[in-house]
Design a protein around this ligand. Sequence first.
Ligand SMILES: O=C(CO)[C@@H](O)[C@H](O)COP(=O)(O)O
Ligand SMILES: [Co+2]
Length: 223
Amino acid sequence: MQQPVRIAPSILSADFADLGAEVRRIDAVGADYIHVDVMDGHFVPNITIGPAVVKALRPHTAKPFDVHLMIAPVDSFLEAFAAAGADILSVHPESGPHLHRTVQTIRALGKKAGVVLNPATPLSVLDYVIEDLDLVLVMSVNPGFGGQSFIDSQLRKIEAIRTLIDATGKTIDLEVDGGIDMVTAPRAIAAGADVLVAGTATFRGGPDAYAANIARLRGGGAA
Ligand SMILES: O=C(CO)[C@@H](O)[C@H](O)COP(=O)(O)O
Ligand SMILES: [Co+2]
């Protein structure tokens, strides 16, 4: 069943020179999860941050760290991110040879497990693992950068995954990531999403705007 909408600001769009304060600011104005984009310059054409930064940010908030791993091979880094303070570890099926094993490893580390579908990744990757997941993440842009435009075809993927999740009878977050703004947020929610990642749309306008930005996204785009 679709849960109340939660907002996961992506700190990829935060001020990297002041990340601790940025995390405290979005926590204070209602961020539900802190979305951390981890990129290796190999699986995606960009490099961001590693476990040391997650560990450094951990004391700045009690909100869950929603760690989106865009690294390959991913398996050898799961333990480091778990130890650093990640709460949810989400992996792309293309980032390792044995998705089921990777999901089980995350669960054995005591963390929530997510699987991420790129725009061209078919739903069938969820066969045989969905019941073991805490979260399914639909990429509504190709991964690697913030500030891209929402890919409309992903709305029907969100609808289809909502049906799959509801058929499990379990509580599994359906998160959407990429190009979420005041226009696309209500469309993603109407399609069945209940967690919205927003980088550009959260941090736009500077710290004084974060509260209103998050409130509008949560309200489905209403002012
Ligand atoms: O995972 C990614 C990009 O690969 C995202 O989390 C982006 O960081 C979202 O940025 P916006 O599209 O909201 O600016
Ligand atoms: Co992301």
